[in-house]
Design a protein around this ligand. Structure first.
Ligand code: ATP
Ligand code: MG
Length: 427
């Protein structure tokens, strides 16, 4: 271990003095923060959670942490990871590992005491840094310089690293989107092209998770374009047809929220829900895309009105009565981005902003009658009641969604009378 010298000493970051990481590091002599936390400390970015590694087998790590009074969850023990919790803050603690067998999807690992070996199995040089509580920095593969230069570079030979784990082809784009500057590393791009035929072996769940992480980056458009150019994106999306290439970029340009689902939608526009279903997205996620699609149908025809400051409040309430507000907002962002990407003349940007502000501000109208109101008026339960309520709701919508319960009851009563006299009421 005498050759395992730190390359630098930096001011110990405050995040390592938080109760949980500090207690973990104190309980594990020779332990270091690893991975994303070290990278983000050096990049001056906010650090979400600290991962720690230590040169002991997992059982020993668990025993030492427990003895130090931390709560320890052993769910990942077989992979060498335990989760320590203190004051509600979790810290993942992993034994130093080296790969014994890899097949592109799974790895058999062995514990090691070599930090260099552990760093060598990590994906990118900027992810292979480690840092002690005292601020000593270890950097075996030039990760610090790569981070500063905006180079996302594989540790070791890219093709070998991709053959060990195909998921790294997708992870590359996530880190490229967040830390890449200038031209992407040619060796990485070439190796990723070569790995495309193997990507179909990845489980769709892992693909979906990685895609969402990529799409959560502040501005993923360039990395996504590269992903398309290398053939990775069409392969992982399967038969889905990509939408216009510029929509994702336009979405960022108009200031839309950094929402991975909205961006996935922008990537495909048509068939986003279908593609998400194929990737085994959650029911909630698929439902959101379906609802956005429906809301989009209602936005399309009112664009001329949006351009001139409309539509009026009655029309807006009708929209809100029929479609979830958040999906209308999604649809408005997407429509605006599509217009911009295609160079279509539509409402200008401030008009869209005003439209969304009004959509966001109006209370959601709810139809004031329920089945029991119809019962009280003497309507028998059954299809007749459903029809009468639906008709009354239609009248309430036409009227601008402002009629109160009494007015709706009167309307329903009139409709009943009309049915009995076989004439329709005047609306
Ligand atoms: P984020 O802030 O997005 O979570 P992260 O660096 O913490 O970034 P994780 O996916 O949480 O990313 O992984 C933690 C660390 O584990 C990485 O920094 C990297 O060192 C290592 N790692 C994760 N997945 C792989 C992989 N497939 N191959 C090699 N190393 C990996
Ligand atoms: Mg992480």
């Amino acid at each position: 271990m005498s050759d395992d010298l730190p390359v630098a000493r930096i001011a110990p970051p405050a995040i390592l003095a938080d109760p949980a990481p500090a207690a973990v590091l104190a309980a594990l002599p020779g332990g270091r923060a690893v991975g994303g936390a070290v990278r983000d400390v050096l990049a001056g970015r906010p650090v979400a959670d600290v991962d720690v590694a230590a040169p002991f087998p997992p059982e020993e790590i668990a025993a030492r942490l427990t003895a130090a009074g931390l709560r320890v969850h052993e769910t990942g023990l077989a992979h060498g990871t335990v989760t320590a919790v203190l004051a509600g803050q979790p810290v993942e603690v992993t034994s130093l590992r080296r790969d014994v067998v890899t097949d592109g999807r799974h790895a058999v690992v062995a514990w090691t005491t070599s930090w260099r070996e552990d760093a060598a199995r990590r994906d990118f040089t900027m992810n292979a840094l480690s840092l002690s509580a005292e601020g000593e920095l270890w950097d075996y593969f030039g990760g610090r310089a790569d981070l500063e230069a905006g180079r996302v570079r594989f540790v070791g030979d890219p093709a070998t690293r991709l053959a060990e784990d195909h998921l790294r082809a997708l992870r590359y784009f996530r880190f490229q989107a967040r830390y890449g500057r200038g031209d992407p590393d040619p060796a990485a791009v070439e190796a990723i092209r070569g790995a495309v035929p193997f990507l179909s072996r990845l489980s769709v769940e892992r693909i979906w998770m990685e895609l969402k992480r990529l799409l959560a980056a502040p501005d993923p458009a360039e990395a996504v374009a590269l992903m398309e150019a290398t053939g990775v994106l069409p392969t992982v999306l399967g038969p889905a047809t990509l939408g216009a290439p510029g929509v994702l970029g336009a979405l960022a340009a108009i200031g839309a929220p950094a929402d991975p689902m909205l961006r996935f939608d922008a990537l495909l526009t048509h068939g986003a829900a279908e593609a998400a279903r194929r990737l085994k997205a959650s029911g909630e996620e698929v439902a959101r895309l379906v609802a956005r699609y429906r809301a989009g149908h209602d936005i399309l025809p009112i664009q001329p009105a949006i351009a001139v400051g409309g539509p009026d409040d009655d029309a807006l309430r009708r929209l809100l009565a029929d479609q979830p507000r958040d999906r209308l907002l999604d649809a408005a962002w997407l429509r605006q981005a599509v217009n911009r990407a295609w160079g279509w003349q539509g409402p200008d940007d401030p008009a869209w902003d005003r439209f969304r502000a009004r959509l966001a501000a109006l209370p959601i109208p709810t139809f004031p009658l329920q089945g029991r109101d119809a019962l009280a008026l003497g309507v028998k339960p059954g299809p007749e009641m459903g029809r009468l309520l639906a008709e009354t709701r239609r009248w309430w919508m036409e009227d601008g969604c402002t009629a109160d319960a009494d007015a709706c009851r009167r309307q329903l009563a009139e409709m009943m009378k009309a049915i009995h006299t076989k004439t329709l009421p005047k609306m």
